[in-house]
Design a protein around this ligand. Structure first.
Ligand code: NAD
Length: 440
């Protein structure tokens, strides 16, 4: 169904509950950040919904409201936070352990953070080998576990007086798996749940439980989840919006900023060597080759669609693209993403670019969780459902609107698409940047 223009968007009245399967570094940095901003202790830097503007009409109109004033988004004061984790640490303890935010900041949010306690997780060791937690559910079958999640969802919603819910997977990266027969339809998936099929991963049980209750879901990790026919069928049937996957934060953010620039100037690329040192729990989980494989596939996919090697074989036909992640505990959450890029210009002369991004992983990811939650909620109130391709902006591995379409990785095209979608929903003209009206 084509995207309709000037749609009726239900108002964002009442409370929006944000559910996070996985309340580790990203999850708690997101929650604590929202609480801190709400209290006026800090500002929402990195969040497009909170700080971004959107131009409307010709440049001469000088009309560029805040996105938050233009589209009806849920406001920070109206958010409630909850989730699940395999460790029973409340959000204060988990945030302290993650070591992203300083103790002084966390102390000021202490009571609110301590009140946010994760619900017991659906977990299977085989899917995250380096994680050993005991705050987990037990059940007669995977179907039973899904029903327990549904009960959790309703209890959370009632206890927190929520009018609407959205979910963002902030759990660990599960091992790499290809879709199998149980992922091909809702019917096969439900039978798989009853049979406790080993091919069904915990993250998929959450997605099933959430989508079956009409709750929009975003997948922040690279593992197989919303990108299966079964989940898409479920989303379509319940008219629920979904989006994924794998937050685009440190090194891949840099890649999708730089690569479109090289291509715009028709500069060739011979090689792109990327390595990371990372010392948080995510780094430890990714130290397992099977979890790393899921991440590697996600990170490697980016360059091909930006460079279009089949269209530009002389420039990009033979790129050596290598991605490494090294678990190195002393760095904690403060990752170092290092890139060596071998490019070539006029007459094939070679040049090199080195990028050393001393980033903070969860500081980059937290505002994306907020934007995704608010935009998914907007999408649902606007009657959008299925894959929300306009949210590709946030992902390392964006899901195309239809199977077979190539995904859009160029961050500048992604941003234009996002803003034009907002204009379209609100009944304003998209901005093409043609500017024909300004010429004499
Ligand atoms: N931080 C970033 O910049 C970034 C970028 C892209 C993707 N990601 C992905 O986001 C996810 C979260 O990253 P993080 O740094 O917060 O990692 P983390 O290890 O600090 O947090 C993940 C949490 O998920 C929990 N968990 C694992 N399996 C679970 C399950 N089945 N149910 C409930 N909880 C479960 C873990 O116990 C842990 O507390 C990871 O998959 C990571 O790869 C992060």
């Amino acid at each position: 169904m084509p995207l309709e223009s000037n749609v009726d968007i239900r108002p964002a009245t009442g409370k929006l509950g944000i559910l996070l399967p996985g309340m580790g570094a990203v999850g708690t940095t997101f929650i604590a950040g929202c609480l801190a901003i709400r209290k006026g202790l800090s500002s929402p830097i990195g969040s497009l919904t909170q700080m971004g503007t959107i131009r409307l009409g010709p440049r001469t109109d000088d009309n560029a409201p805040l996105i938050n004033d233009y589209v009806p988004l849920a406001q920070l004061d109206d958010l409630a936070f909850g989730g699940w984790d395999v460790f029973e640490d409340d959000a204060y303890v988990a945030a302290s352990r993650a070591g992203v935010l300083d103790g002084h900041m966390l102390e000021q949010l202490g009571d609110e953070l301590r009140a946010i306690k994760p619900m017991p997780a659906v977990f299977e060791q085989a899917y995250v080998k380096r994680l050993h937690g005991d705050h987990v559910k037990s059940g007669a079958s995977k179907w039973d576990l899904a029903q327990q999640l549904v009960d959790d969802i309703h209890r959370f919603s009632e206890e927190n007086g929520c009018d609407r819910l959205v979910a963002v997977w902030c759990g660990s990266t599960e091992v790499y798996r290809e879709p199998s027969a149980v992922h091909q339809s809702v019917e096969a998936f439900e039978q798989g749940l009853r049979d406790s099929a080993p091919e069904i991963a915990p993250s998929q049980i959450y997605a099933y439980a959430l989508l079956s209750q009409g709750i929009p879901v975003a997948n922040g990790a690279p593992n197989l989840n919303l990108d299966t026919p079964a989940m898409l069928e479920l989303a379509r049937a319940g008219r629920v919006p979904v989006t994924g996957k794998d937050f685009k934060t440190g090194q891949t953010l840099m890649k999708t900023i730089l690569a479109p620039g090289f291509k715009a100037r028709m500069l060739g690329v011979e090689g792109w060597y990327s390595t990371n040192i990372l010392g948080n729990r995510d780094g430890e989980v990714l130290d397992d080759p099977e979890s790393f494989k899921a991440k590697e596939v996600s990170k490697l996919g980016v360059l091909d669609t930006i460079f279009q090697p089949e269209t530009y074989p002389d420039l990009y036909g033979d790129i050596h693209h290598v991605v490494r992640i090294n678990y190195y505990p002393p760095r904690g959450d403060n990752k170092e993403g290092w890139d060596n890029i071998d490019i070539f210009g006029w007459l094939g002369y070679k040049m090199q670019i080195k990028v050393d991004f001393l980033c903070r992983d969860s500081i980059l990811a937290a505002p994306l969780v907020l934007d995704l939650a608010l935009f998914l909620d907007l999408a649902q109130r606007a009657g959008l459902h299925g894959v929300q391709e306009w949210l590709s902006f946030y992902w390392k591995s964006p899901q195309p609107a239809q199977p077979g379409l190539y995904p859009e990785h160029d961050i500048f095209i992604q941003l234009m698409k996002l803003k034009n979608t907002l204009r379209h929903l609100m009944g304003d003209d998209p901005i093409t940047h043609l500017g024909a009206e300004y010429y004499d």
